[in-house]
Design a protein around this ligand. Structure first.
Ligand code: ISL
Ligand code: CA
Length: 535
């Protein structure tokens, strides 16, 4: 009955399949595992799943290097399993959003293998170039560090913005775009409800000229958010808009609100975009160089995006980010930090995305050695760092803090073998003894129960979904806003600090509160509450 689309009303849950649930005990999560946990997800109250890639992959970047867009990675199951997942999820009113990786394929994809022959029909699917006196064709640097050029056996080079196992596709060749139309049609016909489009504002390379000076991603200005990139996205979206009620959420790197609005404009190339500014508030220039988290900086970024973009894709975690609970919270306040973030995520204006494990407050892993990392990015950064003679100890510390593997350790279902009875592909966090689904379902007060409750509060209170947002004056480190829909007004107050904060509060009509009580004149550390009836 709302004026909003289904993807605006949804609470979306991101599954990283490799680490979610293993049913055949090979230590690797699988599609049957997701099917097994659908009851759990519907108990929690989510109505959509974004599935990180499950396609056939060479697993250099665990699914983000695709060999076959039309089939499922054997480790995860079969196409029939996938069809069953879609069917069972649909029965439970859970929509499936699949990852769509357009910027690159695996170097083991048949297209790339063919393309190695200069006379092949697939040559133009990728970006090859002769070197300059045996050296790389230009000065561009990639997302995982180092040059974007990889030398071939023939002596020329191909371009890869990510790992050398992920050659970039050439969107100047219209056939490549047509391939993606076919891929989209295939999955939409199988009943999926949308796509999360991987790095979808960098795939069209306007030119291969040298980039101007930048500390990271030299060359960016030649492919970031190009005009043609917009047009291709529009064409892909519009090709299916008439026949399918589907959505596209773009992972859009390095954008500001103006760029976001361009992508979300009336041309409707994307329905939602993931922005990064709020996730970069605790870093200097790039994620390997951290600075102390200051709540005011996070608040400022959130307010900026909430004010300048009408409908945001809200998130604090995904498979690329370290865990949020101690990043934006405090070790001494696990429960309060996690529930504060839950309240914030689910009460901001926009569509919330919860990453697996966030709902129980999973934490970073206490890595002690380099060989524990499985992520291609972590390994590559170590290599590059060593070449630059950065001391091992320092490098290790950097990677331990920022590695994507922090988010990729297996889901903590219970105290022992809940994820798998075999040795998992990536070590499980020993704190699963304390932090796990089973215990949190039993405990009277738990992060999990709070998430379930908060999702429900969101569903039952229209202002939290459909309402406008306006910010109120608050003490430093506290975020306060009103959500208003018709004659209903709610006040959300979130203390993002580990300090007690003075603030006069109304104590009636408390919809949710992560503490037992509300004090009249102060907020406790990480206290978060929603009050009915406004101020
Ligand atoms: O993870 C990052 C560094 O923290 C980002 O720069 C990330 O590489 C970027 O956001 C693009 O991410 C997406 O595409 C990558 C893949 O490795 C990521 O997992 C995916 O989310 C290449 O496909
Ligand atoms: Ca398995």
């Amino acid at each position: 009955d709302m004026n909003l689309t289904w993807w605006q009303q949804m609470v979306c849950y991101q599954v990283y399949p490799r680490s979610f649930k293993d049913t055949n005990n090979d230590g690797i999560g699988d599609i049957n595992g997701i099917i097994e946990k659908l009851d759990y997800l519907s108990w929690l109250g989510v109505n959509a799943i974004w599935l990180s890639p499950v396609y056939v992959s060479a697993n250099d970047d665990f699914g983000y290097d695709i060999i076959d867009y039309y089939d499922i990675n054997q480790e995860y199951g079969t196409l029939d399993d996938m069809k069953r997942l879609i069917e069972k999820a649909t029965e439970k009113n859970i929509k499936i959003i699949m990852d769509l990786v357009m910027n690159h394929t695996s170097d083991e994809h048949p297209w790339f293998i063919e393309s190695k022959d200069p006379n092949s029909a697939y040559r133009d699917y990728y970006i090859y170039k002769e070197g300059k006196n045996g050296k790389v064709p230009n000065n561009w640097t990639g997302f995982f560090g180092g040059s974007v050029w990889q030398k071939t056996e023939r002596g020329d080079f191909y371009l890869h913005l990510f790992s050398h196992k992920q050659p970039d596709l050439n969107f100047k060749n219209p056939k490549v775009k047509e391939e993606f139309k076919k891929i989209m049609a295939f999955w939409l016909d199988l009943g999926i409800a949308g796509f999360r489009c991987d790095v979808c504002n960098v795939f069209y390379k306007e030119s291969l000229e040298n980039g101007k000076f930048r500390l990271v991603l030299k060359g960016l200005e030649h492919y970031h958010q190009t005009k043609r990139n917009h047009e291709i996205l529009q064409e892909l979206k519009q090709a299916f808009n008439k026949d399918y009620d589907f959505m596209m959420v773009g992972e859009t790197v390095m954008i500001n609100p103006k760029m976001a609005n361009d992508l979300l404009s009336t041309e409707k190339e994307l329905d939602l975009v993931f922005s990064f500014e709020h996730m970069e508030t605790d870093q200097i220039n790039n994620k390997w160089f951290k600075r102390k988290h200051r709540p005011e900086r996070l608040i400022k970024a959130l307010m900026k995006w909430q004010t300048q973009v009408d409908w945001n894709a809200n998130y604090f975690e995904n498979h690329d980010q370290p865990r949020s609970v101690y990043r934006f919270g405090d070790k001494r306040y696990h429960y309060y930090s996690a529930t504060m973030l839950s309240t914030l995520l689910l009460s901001l204006r926009g569509t919330p995305f919860i990453y697996q494990g966030q709902e129980i407050g999973m934490t970073n892993f206490d890595f002690t050695q380099m060989d524990q990392f499985k992520d291609t990015e972590s390994k590559r950064i170590y290599e590059i760092g060593r070449k630059l003679r950065i001391p091992k100890k320092y490098l290790f510390k950097m990677i331990k803090t920022s590695s994507r593997d922090n988010a990729r350790t297996p889901m903590q279902w219970d105290t022992s073998e809940g994820f798998s009875q075999a040795v998992p592909w990536l070590a499980i966090n020993p704190n699963q003894k304390d932090i796990n689904v089973k215990s949190q379902m039993i405990q009277e007060k738990s992060v999990l129960k709070y998430y379930k409750k908060m999702i429900n509060v969101r569903k039952e209170n229209k202002p939290l979904v459909e309402g406008t947002i306006s910010f109120i004056k608050t003490p430093k480190g506290v975020l306060g806003f009103e959500r208003t829909y018709q004659d209903k007004k709610l006040l959300v107050v979130i203390n993002l600090t580990n300090k007690v904060k003075k603030m006069a509060l109304h104590r009636s009509q408390i919809l949710i509160n992560n503490y037992e009580t509300v004090l009249k004149h102060k907020l406790m550390p990480y206290q978060a509450l929603i009050i009915g009836g406004g101020l």
